[in-house]
Design a protein around this ligand. Structure first.
Ligand code: PLP
Length: 237
C-alpha cells in the first residue's frame, strides 16, 4: 500500500515501536494528522484509513476544509498561531486548540465557545529553551496562566504543547520534551489537573514519545512535503 494509507501505517508503526521502547501503552498516544496546506481530499483519504484527529494551522483554510469534509466523526485541532480577530471561528469549529499563549486569547475562546459544543479542550504553548518559533509563554508565566485558564467555563485545560528548534540525534531531541514533561509535573504538584503533552512531529516523534507525549502532531510523514506541494501549486499543477 502506498500514498497516505501506507504513510499512516508507517507512522503508526514508528509510534508503536517508540511506545514499546519507552515501556508505554501505545493507546496512550494519539496521532494528530496535520493536514494544513493539503486539501479536503487528503483528509478524506486519511479518514478512510481510520484516522480520526486532524490538525490545522490557518484559520480560513481550516474553516473551509471543515465545511468541505463535513464529517462529524472527525476531531479538529487548531495548532497554529492565533490572533484575537480569529478566535470566534476557532471557538465555533474546533474541538481542541494546542496553541493558547495568552489570557486574552483564552478568555475570547471561552466567551465565544458555543454552549452546545461543550468546553473547548486547550493546551498552553510553552516556549521551551531553543523553541523554533517565538510563540509560547515562559515557564515563569505558566502556573498563573494555567490557573486562570482552568477556571474559564468555556474551556477545559488539558495540558502543554511545544515546538522545539530542530536538533540532531535522539538524545538532543529529548531535552526540550523532557523540560515540557517536567513542567507538567510541576502543574500536577500544584494541584492543576493536566493530562496532555502535545509534542513531537514527523522528525522527532520517537524522542517525544520517550518523554511522555500524549499527542504527536505529524504532517509531512503522512501527507508529503509541503514545500514540494507549494511548488506544484505555483506551477498550476
Ligand atoms: C506543521 C506543524 C506540524 C507538523 O509538522 P511536520 O514536520 O510536517 O510533521 C506540527 N505541529 C505544528 C504546530 C505545526 O505547525
Amino acid at each position: 500500500m502506498g500514498g497516505i494509507g501506507g504513510n499512516l501505517q508507517a507512522v503508526r508503526a514508528r509510534m508503536a515501536a517508540a511506545a514499546l521502547a519507552a515501556g508505554r501503552d501505545p493507546s496512550s498516544i494519539g496521532l494528530l494528522a496535520v493536514s494544513k496546506t493539503f486539501g479536503a481530499e487528503a483528509v478524506i483519504a486519511a479518514r478512510a484509513e481510520g484516522q480520526r484527529a486532524f490538525g490545522e494551522s490557518y484559520v480560513q483554510e481550516a474553516v473551509d476544509k471543515i465545511a468541505q469534509v463535513a464529517d462529524p466523526g472527525i476531531e479538529w485541532h487548531f495548532i497554529g498561531p492565533l490572533q484575537s480577530n480569529k478566535t470566534r471561528a476557532v471557538a465555533e469549529h474546533f474541538d481542541w486548540v494546542h496553541s493558547v499563549s495568552s489570557l486574552k486569547i483564552a478568555r475570547r475562546l471561552s466567551d465565544q465557545r458555543p454552549a452546545n459544543r461543550g468546553p473547548l479542550s486547550v493546551c498552553l504553548q510553552v516556549n521551551v529553551s531553543g523553541e523554533a518559533t517565538k510563540a509560547g509563554i515562559s515557564e515563569a508565566e505558566l502556573p498563573a496562566l494555567a490557573r486562570e485558564v482552568a477556571s474559564l467555563p468555556g474551556l477545559r485545560l488539558r495540558g502543554l504543547m511545544c515546538i522545539p528548534a530542530p536538533a540532531e540525534g535522539f538524545d538532543a531531541r529529548r531535552v526540550p520534551f523532557a523540560e515540557l514533561a517536567r513542567m507538567q509535573q510541576r502543574l500536577l504538584a500544584a494541584g492543576i489537573a493536566v493530562d496532555t503533552l502535545s509534542m513531537g512531529m514527523s522528525d522527532d516523534l520517537e524522542a517525544a514519545i520517550a518523554e511522555g507525549a500524549t499527542w504527536v502532531r505529524v504532517g509531512a510523514a503522512i501527507f508529503g512535503d509541503r514545500t514540494a506541494r507549494a511548488k506544484v501549486d505555483a506551477a498550476g499543477g
